[in-house]
Write a protein that binds this ligand. Structure first.
Ligand code: ZN
Length: 213
């Protein structure tokens, strides 16, 4: 996918991929949320932007080194903005799904076989359900799970740790994993590979991932 994206699309969708964020989380992300020394995306509240991480724990999401370089270059191009992905008014941009679906249509990546609620087919419209923002989130979770990051940590990184129903949905397997300590990550899982994440994005979902992710 990233072979055909322009600079703006690459920044945006690789950011979504390496942080596992929802649209609102990505659109309200600020430069202050990136720790350029530790190569982490910090999970913190941005209450004035109507965004709460609902998270009380410390620590951030590890960001691949080569993506840090990319996002640093973006910072140099946009030294004044507070938001990483502002709209033309400097406010949170809220049309990432439309951008992604336009990109998929433009590059002929639609499956051609799905129809939305309005009866529009993805064969001729930018509506392919295979190209939702959930795809980045799911790939993010799969990648870290495959690299041995505990489910509880991934849930925190997905910013769903305190949301209602998480524990109800998790089931026994995950309940057992939740009991594991979270401090035993190896070096590999702490320094994710951008190219591995990108190639996983275009492969089918791994069957090994718990349904709770
Ligand atoms: Zn489709």
């Amino acid at each position: 996918m990233f072979a055909v994206t322009n600079e703006e699309e690459t920044d945006l969708f690789q950011f979504s991929l390496v942080t596992g964020g929802r649209e609102q989380g990505v659109s309200t992300a600020t430069w202050a949320d990136i720790d350029f020394d530790l190569h982490e995306f910090l999970i913190q509240d941005r209450r004035d932007l109507d965004w709460s991480s609902k998270d009380r724990e410390e620590g951030g999401i590890p960001i691949p080194d080569d993506f840090i370089e990319r996002i640093q270059a973006r910072r140099l191009r946009n030294p004044e903005s507070r938001l990483i992905f502002p709209n033309t008014l400097g406010k949170p941009e809220g049309h990432f799904l439309r951008q992604l679906q336009n990109l998929a249509k433009r590059e002929g990546l639609n499956c051609g076989g799905c129809v939305n609620r309005k009866g529009e087919s993805c064969a001729g419209n930018a509506v392919c359900s295979n190209w939702g923002l959930h795809r980045f989130r799911k790939t993010f979770a799969t990648f870290h799970h495959d690299n041995g990051v505990p489910v509880r940590t991934i849930q925190r990184w997905l910013r769903r740790s305190s949301e209602g129903g998480t524990r109800r949905r998790t089931g026994k397997v995950v309940a057992a994993e939740l009991a594991q300590p979270t401090g035993d990550l190896d070096d590999q899982s702490l320094s994710p590979s951008l190219s591995a994440l990108c190639s996983l994005l275009s492969s089918p979902p791994s069957p090994s991932v718990p349904r709770s992710l």
